[in-house]
Design a protein around this ligand. Structure first.
Ligand code: CO
Length: 155
């Protein structure tokens, strides 16, 4: 495992690009998952998407403190409700602001064994799933932030 460099907003176009689906779960992807988990933890984050480490593949890791979630090719199947809450991003250090997200989301993905998994998240997990899946489409939270609530970023 290795800690990878996290790309920062304003320094890299990769963060704004759309990631491609993973076609084959090979050693490269398994190493990516391992490295992403290590990188996220070393940066004290709760989620990380592959483009944040410069890889335009649809891979996400999330850990809200109750176990690591590894998602390959995640897709949102259903959403319901609405919540507003604070977000930050390892690619935009120091910035935070409120974003409106669904209260509940259902996501389909592959795990590292290539098995289809379904995850239902509410509250913080719903927020994390939406935030990380947005990264795979090149969308950063500051593009959705409620402007008055944004702190720590002049942009
Ligand atoms: Co982020």
């Amino acid at each position: 495992m290795a800690i990878r460099r996290i790309l920062k907003y304003g320094q890299d176009d990769i963060l704004h690009k759309k990631s491609k689906p993973v076609e084959k779960i090979n050693k490269r992807i398994l190493d990516l998952l391992d490295d992403m988990a290590e990188t996220m933890r070393s940066a004290d984050g709760v989620g990380l998407a592959a483009p944040q480490v410069g890889v335009l593949r649809r891979v996400v890791v999330i850990d809200l403190g109750d176990g690591l979630l590894e998602l390959i090719n995640p897709e949102i199947l259903e959403t319901s409700g609405q919540q507003q809450g604070p977000e930050g991003c390892l690619s935009i250090p120091g910035a935070a602001g409120e974003v409106i997200r669904p209260e509940r989301v259902k996501v389909k993905a592959l795990n590292r064994n290539g098995e289809i998994i379904e995850i239902e998240g509410t509250d913080l997990l719903a927020r994390a799933l939406c935030h990380e899946i947005d990264h795979l489409d090149g969308i950063l939270f500051i593009e959705k932030v409620i402007p008055d609530t944004l702190e720590g970023k002049d942009a």
